[in-house]
Design a protein around this ligand. Structure first.
Ligand code: G4P
Length: 195
């Protein structure tokens, strides 16, 4: 998606060969026009897949997931990383973040997903695929189907894509980075930008 890639080049900061800082437009300050365009693109990409709900994880995935849900006309659910005292019947899964090197527990209220729901997972990054695996496990506990995954930025040398493909889940990535370094900049993986 050219608009996203241009914004990454203009406002992203390559902190290391594995970490791209996107806080100027995606996960801290949010470029609302860009988010609207991203949401429309995911909605178009997954039109016809019978999506009944969009799901993401707090916090970085919420902005693109919300705009996708708006364009699809379905609810958005975001899995939480802390259990609020108001949650009455939670489902849980433990996820390991390789990027941050911590384990965290994801939870959501069981009643928000109905058996038979067809759920679209949206996230800001696809890196090690652990967020994807966590959401898949949460949905399995609720007998709901993961019908697709829409990712804003994929780092294609990391194992996330393989994990999604091995699960046979349709994957749409908008900007796929083949490699990056502070000195050389970004190389795109055009083969992976499928919508
Ligand atoms: P995964 O997202 O594919 O599961 O991989 P990983 O476990 O490595 O990612 C863990 C967290 O790190 C995620 O955020 C993910 O969005 C973030 N992340 C991965 N690669 C990058 C990167 O290059 N730049 C930035 N800025 N973040 C990256 P999270 O733990 O869910 O937290 P949050 O930041 O969304 O609140």
């Amino acid at each position: 998606m050219d608009q996203l890639k241009e914004t990454i080049l203009e406002k992203g900061k390559i902190l290391s060969p594995s970490i791209l800082k996107v806080d100027q437009f995606l996960n801290h300050c949010i470029d609302t026009e860009l988010m609207d365009a991203i949401g429309k693109r995911f909605a178009d990409c997954f039109a016809g897949h019978g999506i009944t709900k969009v799901i993401t994880i707090e916090s970085g995935g919420i902005a693109p997931a919300l705009m996708t849900a708006v364009h699809m006309g379905v609810p958005l659910i975001f899995a939480k990383k802390a259990v609020p005292s108001t949650m009455t019947d939670p489902v849980f899964v433990t996820v390991h973040s390789f990027t941050k090197n911590v384990d965290y527990t994801l939870c959501m209220e069981r009643s928000l997903i109905a058996p038979g729901d067809r759920v679209l997972f949206i996230d800001d990054f696809l890196a090690n695929g652990q967020a994807f695996e966590g959401i898949r496990t949460l949905l399995e506990q609720q007998q709901a189907g993961l019908a697709g995954a829409g990712i804003c930025i994929e780092k294609s040398w990391q194992p996330g894509r393989r994990i999604v493909e091995e699960a046979s889940i349709p994957l749409c990535t908008l900007a796929s980075i083949a490699s990056m370094s502070p000195e050389e900049g970004i190389t795109w993986n055009l083969d992976h930008e499928t919508c």
